[in-house]
Design a protein around this ligand. Structure first.
Ligand SMILES: CC(C)(COP(=O)(O)OP(=O)(O)OC[C@H]1O[C@@H](n2cnc3c(N)ncnc32)[C@H](O)[C@@H]1OP(=O)(O)O)[C@@H](O)C(=O)NCCC(=O)NCCS
Length: 180
């Protein structure tokens, strides 16, 4: 649906947005929007996978940090933020990790992500969180610009390395067969 409003006010106006805590009925819509946004090619993430367990797990363990944005006309869910908190042993500091943030492509660049972020930040503040953390792929420029605009800085590089175990598997299989 297009929401373009012409110079004389013609066209359809974009409905308002409400941001609230996620509820059980939001699980499926959030999961399916995430499936659209977090495809393995476009937003690869080696240490977390977008699947049913990820959504249900965060919703169960961190309900207060699972938020959705819905448009006020039809009550359709148009964005979500799923976060958690981390307390490190030996440190009094509590960290807030925004794990997944997604906005329906038809609603991107209209302030929905910022609204979700602002409510999550307020919830973290109430809970005594001192530092918020996010991570994204180095080439996800919209997300990097988005996080910078919201005040995130000091990006630190993290290098993923991989070892292909298929050669080792064949070797270890032969070893077992030879009784080694
Ligand atoms: C990143 C994302 C959540 C931003 O949500 P959004 O609702 O479009 O963001 P907002 O409209 O609140 O934008 C706030 C600011 O972010 C920046 N920004 C957002 N989208 C941008 C884009 N496509 N290109 C450049 N800057 C962008 C702008 O500075 C913008 O401020 P402005 O409107 O004053 O220019 C959204 O693009 C998205 O869902 N991306 C796919 C999933 C993803 O990559 N998630 C992040 C990692 S988990």
């Amino acid at each position: 649906m297009r929401y373009h409003v012409g110079p004389n006010g013609e066209g359809k106006r974009r409905p308002g947005i409400t941001v609230r805590t996620m509820e059980i009925d939001d699980l499926a819509p959030v999961f399916h929007l995430g499936e659209e946004l977090f495809t393995a090619e476009e937003v690869p993430n080696l240490y977390r996978t977008w699947d049913e367990f990820e959504v249900v797990g965060l919703f169960t363990s961190d309900t207060d940090y699972c938020l959705v944005a819905e448009e006020e006309e039809q009550g359709r869910m148009v964005g979500f933020a799923l976060g958690t908190t981390i307390t490190k042993s030996g440190s009094a500091w509590k960290y807030g990790h925004l794990v997944w943030l997604g906005v329906d492509p038809a609603w991107q660049e209209h302030g929905v992500g910022s609204r979700l972020f602002n409510l999550l930040r307020d919830r973290y503040l109430e809970a005594g969180v001192r530092i918020m953390m996010v991570d994204t792929e180095a080439d996800n420029l919209p997300a990097i610009r988005f996080f910078r605009k919201l005040g995130f800085g000091k990006p630190s590089e993290h290098l993923y390395m991989s070892l292909n175990l298929s050669g080792h598997r064949a070797q270890s299989h032969r070893g077992h067969e030879e009784g080694r």
